[in-house]
Ligand binder design. Structure first.
Ligand SMILES: [Zn+2]
Length: 411
């Protein structure tokens, strides 16, 4: 920033010579040289010349001071309002010579919903975590960034859950701990509203190796890899890695088994399609969206995305890919306001994280010959500044692609 460095080198004490300061305080003061006792005409002439030079120096110094003053004044006048959008201007002004109050977070007025925004630094590793991460053939699940997700035994959880509102296909099914709760609450509502507990959980969390095995089994089942891959994900790209997805079939009290959504399924079991969103769950793979999701319809696979997103997805008939794309159009300045079917009002917006360019230098051998050229690549910076409302709880989820989705409950 050449402009800034120019200004920063402007006057300090060293710039203003001692003699000039003396003259500045008292224009009639005499410089020490005048105290010499004997003075010839030539000496007087030299003295006059010296006085003239000092006067010129003084005028020049005053000029410089005046110009610096004007420049600083103009810079302050043109410094943008420190609004929340000016992520880049915050550090810039902080380095400059402005008073501290000019670098404080936004003090602009709250918006129509009373939200007052400030910027907050977060780790960009969060892009790969959260309830709204998109995991598909293009965007693999990031195990390392999610190592703290707590995966627990659904069987143990289920045994301790007060209501017997669903069934398990085996004792080895696991899910993220909070999904066990959310899912059980959903099936409790089903039991309460219908008196039935026929949903049967057949699959939950899978690690990478388990997905390798699943792919092998699917190839055997469908006869070819091509056919199998219509229904199952390559290892690393399965939603089951997240612990937020489960597969459910139907196992009735009289022992009949149905595939959800099948033509012969009793209408009662449409309940999960009609009510899952109330509990934050969506049917993830719809046949008519298979071009976008990359999977044929899977009427048995459910994924947690949270409230109010599940309701919005259902209302707009989006698949998750479409929904995340839709949210990317909203910023904190122009957020989506949504009132869910239960009357709760939300603000939702997207915070995109810009890549930074990283240059890896060329590799040379001991003789100095280049053995690998320099590599220019993009990556996310370690930290990103998000625009968040002051003093208001908000949910932040990565999208597993390029940024964060912020959700605020307004009322
Ligand atoms: Zn599944």
């Amino acid at each position: 920033m050449p402009e800034k460095s120019g200004v920063r080198q402007e006057p300090d004490a060293a710039f203003e010579p001692e003699e000039v300061r003396m003259n500045q305080n008292d224009p009639n003061s005499t410089p020490p040289v005048r105290r010499k006792p004997v003075r010839s005409a030539a000496a007087r002439e030299r003295s006059r010349t010296l006085k003239l030079l000092l006067l010129i120096a003084l005028v020049l110094a005053l000029w410089v001071l005046a110009i610096v003053g004007i420049v600083n004044l103009l810079k302050r006048d043109h410094t943008p309002e420190p609004g929340p959008a000016d992520v880049t201007t915050v550090p810039q002004t902080a380095e400059e010579t402005l008073p501290p109050e000019d670098t404080a977070p936004s003090t602009s007025a709250p918006d129509k919903n009373g939200l007052l925004f400030e910027t907050k630094e977060v780790s960009t590793s969060g892009i790969y975590r959260g309830e709204l991460i998109l995991v598909n053939r293009d965007h693999a699940y990031r195990f390392e960034e999610n190592r703290e997700t707590k995966i627990i035994s659904l069987y143990t959880f289920w045994r301790n859950w007060p209501a017997y509102s669903y069934k398990l296909h085996g004792s080895d099914i696991q899910l993220a701990d909070f999904i066990c709760t959310k899912m059980s609450e959903m099936f409790d509502a089903f039991l309460e509203e219908t008196g039935d507990n026929g949903y049967l959980i057949t699959s939950g969390w899978r690690d990478y190796e388990e997905q390798v095995e699943t792919v092998k089994e699917m190839i055997e089942k469908y006869g070819s890899e091509e056919e199998a891959m219509k229904y199952t994900a390559p290892p690393g790209c399965s939603e089951h890695h997240t612990g937020m997805a489960f597969d459910a079939y139907i196992y009735t009290a009289d022992g009949a088994v149905y595939k959800p959504g099948a033509a012969d399924m009793p209408a009662l079991y449409n309940w999960i399609y009609e009510n899952g969103a109330r509990f934050g769950f969506i049917k993830r793979y719809d046949e008519e969206k298979s071009d976008i999701t990359g999977y044929s319809g899977e009427s048995w696979h459910f994924r947690y995305v949270g409230k109010p997103h599940a309701a919005l997805i259902a209302e707009k008939n989006f698949c998750l890919e479409e929904y995340i794309d839709f949210l990317r159009a909203y910023t904190y300045r122009n957020y989506l306001e949504y009132t869910d079917p239960e009357g709760a009002k939300y603000a939702i917006w997207y915070e995109k994280v810009e890549n930074e360019t990283v240059v890896t230098p060329a590799v040379t051998d001991s003789a100095g010959t280049e053995v690998a050229p320099p590599v220019i690549g993009d990556r996310f910076p370690d930290q990103a500044a998000l625009h968040l409302p002051q003093g208001v709880p908000c949910e932040i989820s990565g999208d597993n692609v390029s940024g964060f989705i912020v959700t605020v409950k307004l009322s």
